[in-house]
Design a protein around this ligand. Structure first.
Ligand code: COA
Length: 260
């Protein structure tokens, strides 16, 4: 399918989805949210896609936020729908069942930071900048920022970033646990490619089980989460990949995972 605001590229089992509105620093308007929802739904359904890289076009921005021009005229009802559409997209990415890596080369602000936080891993260039600047516009985050930042980096960091609207360098985001890997700008593509290839080669059902246990189990009590893990652990024994992985270890060879 042809997208107006996205570019899609496949390399082996890795799909790269690029938000491509470079003249607007890849800001998320409603059409882009809808296209991203379609693109991620499709990536979830295609068995050949094992890992996804999400990025923005150009060097300057991953995504510089929700589209301020479009939002400025919204009625409360339109704002509610925009927030719900954005939140559903973020939850879709988070619960995709396949690993999603954010490749962050520049600004990840507002909705851009929220989009990055919905991904499972965040690889950032040292030149990247992060922030929840909504308060500077008289707004609050609307695509899950208050909740995911709280869970990723704790109450202090969530309140500091959301209340001050400050833009922070990638190193500080890394120190806060928001960025999972920090690399020199010239090493970004190599680092993202290596990580995505590793994720795409992993046993897909095990990856899905880990994502489920951490993301769903993590929202419940420890006892519930542990039970969730046990159920996932037991279920994976029905997979051919589990037999292949353990047999390959015992045979002293590399496993070949099929996703069965
Ligand atoms: N929504 C809509 N348009 C945006 C945008 C956004 N979130 N962020 C950037 N743009 C547009 C600018 O309006 C400008 O468009 P124009 O050339 O038609 O005027 C273009 O992208 C380039 O941005 P510009 O501001 O000129 O670049 P800069 O290098 O001077 O500043 C930023 C970069 C990221 C600091 C600045 O663009 C910015 O503060 N953006 C908004 C960030 C924000 O508040 N995000 C949260 C939204 S809820």
């Amino acid at each position: 399918m042809a997208y107006r605001n996205l570019e899609i590229a496949d390399r082996g089992a890795v799909r790269t989805i690029t938000v491509a509105r470079p003249d607007k620093l890849n800001a998320l308007n409603r059409d882009t949210l809808v296209e991203l929802t379609l693109a991620f739904t499709q990536a979830a359904q295609e068995e050949s896609v094992r890992a996804i890289v999400l990025t923005g076009s150009g060097d300057k921005a991953f995504v510089a936020g929700a589209d301020i021009a479009e939002m400025s005229d919204y009625t409360p009802i339109q704002a509610q729908s925009f927030s719900r559409t954005g939140q559903k997209l973020m939850s879709l990415i988070e619960r995709l069942g396949k690993p999603v890596v954010a490749r962050i080369q520049g600004f990840a602000l507002g909705g851009g930071m929220e989009l990055a936080m919905a991904c499972h891993l965040r690889v950032a260039s040292e030149k990247a900048r992060f922030g929840q600047p909504e308060i500077n516009l008289g707004l609050i985050p609307g695509f899950g920022g208050t909740q995911r930042l709280l869970r990723l980096a704790g109450r202090g960091a969530a309140l500091e970033l959301c209340l001050t609207g400050a833009t922070i360098p990638a190193q500080r985001a890394y120190d806060l646990g928001i960025v999972t890997r920090l690399v020199a700008p010239e090493a970004l593509d190599e680092a993202v490619t290596a990580l995505a290839d590793q994720l795409a080669a992993a046993a897909p059902l095990a990856a899905a089980g880990i994502l489920d246990a951490v993301l769903q189990g993590g929202e419940s009590s420890l006892d519930q989460g542990l039970e969730f893990e046990t159920q996932g652990f037991a279920l994976i024994f029905s997979s051919e990949d589990m037999r292949e992985g353990t047999r390959a270890f015992l045979d002293k060879r590399k496993p070949t995972f099929t996703g069965r």
